[in-house]
Design a protein around this ligand. Sequence first.
Ligand code: TYC
Length: 142
Amino acid sequence: MLRPTLTVPISEPVSAKPAVPAAPVPTTPVPTMSNDDNRSGAGSGPSTSVITKVKPKTKRPNLYRVLILNDDYTPMEFVVHVLERFFNKDAEAATTIMLHVHHHGIGECGVFTYEIAETKVTQVMDFARKHQHPLQCVMEKK
Ligand code: TYC
């Protein structure tokens, strides 16, 4: 912050000295720089600078797995279609995941940030209900 310069008279007028000396005029305190004002050059000692390091602050988002569960009724082709449609898998990847779920009971469709994962779960559950299949889709924090 820039502060106004205080002007102080260098000497008193030579003439017109009163017979009785006037009481000393109180001087206004001169504002002083605080230590973080980056003083430079004006002081008596060597000038100094404060170098402030700006830390790049990037936080990794929490990630969530979206999983599908096996059941005895949802057709295999429907599960493959879900994986292609909502998780952008090609036919081969979708079939591999579907068969993994069929044999192991659960499997990963993808990993997403919270809101994307939540949207995928809702889309799959709505789509399965619309087609009257009991397919279940859930998310879990990684
Ligand atoms: N087990 C089902 C069947 O035999 C197929 C299936 C696979 C269902 C994966 C759900 O998430 C699933 N028709």
